[in-house]
Design a protein around this ligand. Structure first.
Ligand SMILES: Cc1ncc(COP(=O)(O)O)c(C=O)c1O
Length: 434
């Protein structure tokens, strides 16, 4: 038995499914990773991989990135002996630094994206006096009732594009939250206008990822986000941006700045603390004030935890001037050029899309919404991803996933990734020519 098999065997005796997050389950067993170093991870079998997952995009600088950890340790020393339960100067500074990057009026820290979205839902209800939400088809905004709906639905379940079905994202959900949800298609202002108008008296907010990164990387069409802003204003519905993945990585550091569209509320997480546990809610002053003026509540034992804000302050200060993000941007553009040139030469319809270190491959000519992403060529993707894994590139072998590089992915490492992509595309071509 290999070490991984032994660990999996042991884990299955104590942990249902042998994993602590279902997204890590793999056949025949999950990867057991024991060390991270820059862009590399090492598993318990002694295999070395270039990490192209990077904590689902949360590890912005790289594993063990020295400049980050030096600052982080210095910040921790400023709160010696403390963990949680108090407001600290660190948290004040981290909030100030956050708001220098994100153009919102106010912000609060919480721990996870799902907690942030729960706060947003309560704030939106408290502010508007309405109960229900509109979500974008295919998007993932957390695992809680109320948003865990129509994330990655099977195409056979999605229904009419003019009135998409609300498909439960998991068993055990409150069935009322599914009935209360309106699903709209991404990049389709016309259908969104119709469905939001019909339901305006019950909708507290429209929640969306302004760039759909959770299903790869789908950018909003020109004018789409501006159109949503105008529509929501007209109908008295709050506009919420889920920038958990977009935040700090997309151009300008946020979609609200990049596209010049101000949401009423937004959530951030992932890259905010370079892989440490932290999320944030940010937005317009009057909506954010609902948590302080008695309209709703916002509490949490670990909110503003010293370790988390120490990490956030270190990460945010290091990324504030945008140069790290811009360097990753160039590398992803280079990967795109290389990948698409090889795909074209081999006659494979495929694109690499991404910005600011986030990216994904679609085996399709173009992808503008969830149905396009889900309808892309699965068999080509799996052949490609498996060939990447065989070459030591840690990727997720699922077409509806997303990938990321970090600051530690040097030009030399990017070349290795590009060479591996060429080989993997060759495998796809061989498979298709059989
Ligand atoms: C866009 C988006 N929103 C919300 C969440 C939920 O965040 P968390 O896993 O921290 O609860 C995720 C997590 O993957 C996400 O990608």
């Amino acid at each position: 038995m290999s070490t991984s098999e032994q660990l999996y065997d042991r884990a299955n005796k104590t942990v249902p499914g042998g994993v602590h997050s279902n997204s890590r389950a793999r056949v025949p067993h999950p990867y057991y990773i024991k060390k991270g170093e820059g862009a590399y991870i090492y598993d318990v079998e002694g295999l070395k991989f270039i990490d192209l997952i990077m904590g689902n995009g949360s590890i912005f600088f790289g594993h063990g990135y020295e400049p980050f950890y030096t600052r982080y340790q210095e910040n921790l020393k400023r709160c010696e002996g403390l963990t949680t339960g108090w407001e600290t100067e660190l948290a004040v500074e981290a909030a100030e630094t956050f708001l220098r990057i994100i153009p919102a009026d106010r912000m609060r820290f919480t721990n996870t994206g799902t907690e942030a979205i729960i706060h947003v839902m309560q704030m939106a209800r408290a502010y508007t006096g309405k109960n229900d939400f509109a979500l974008v088809e295919g998007a993932y905004n957390g695992w809680v009732d109320g948003v865990n709906i129509s994330n990655f639905p099977a195409l056979k379940d999605v229904g009419d594009v003019n009135r998409p079905n609300a498909v439960p994202g998991a068993g055990g959900m409150d069935t009322r939250s599914i009935e209360n949800t309106v699903i709209v298609p991404f990049n389709n202002l016309e259908v969104t206008r119709k469905l939001l108008t019909e339901n305006k008296d019950r909708l507290a907010a429209l929640i969306l990822e302004p760039v759909m990164i959770d299903v790869g990387f789908i950018e909003p069409a020109p004018g789409y986000l501006q159109g949503l802003r105008e529509l929501c204003d007209e109908l008295g519905i709050l506009l919420v941006f889920d920038e958990l993945l977009c935040g700090f990585r997309v151009p300008e550091g946020s979609c609200q700045k990049w596209f010049g569209v101000t949401p009423d509320l937004s959530i951030f997480g992932k890259a905010i603390a370079n892989g440490h546990i932290l999320a944030a809610v940010a937005g317009k002053a009057d909506v954010m004030e609902t948590v302080a003026n008695g309209k709703t509540n916002f509490v949490g034992t670990f909110n503003g935890h010293v370790y988390s804000v120490a990490a956030a302050l270190a990460a945010l200060e290091l990324m504030e001037d945008g140069s790290a993000r811009e360097a990753m941007e160039k590398k992803v553009q280079y990967m795109k050029t290389r990948f698409e040139a090889t795909a074209k030469k081999l006659g494979i319809p495929a694109i690499l899309v991404g910005r600011g270190g986030h990216f994904h491959w679609y085996f399709a000519d173009d992808v503008v919404n969830y149905r396009d992403a889900a309808g892309s060529n699965v068999s080509n993707f799996i052949t490609f991803a498996n060939a990447m894994l065989e070459q030591g590139m840690m990727v997720i072998p699922k077409p509806l996933s997303h990938h990321a590089i970090s600051v530690s992915h040097t030009d030399e490492i990017i070349e290795k990734i590009c060479d591996a992509m060429d080989v993997a595309l060759q495998k796809v071509a061989e498979q298709n020519n059989k």
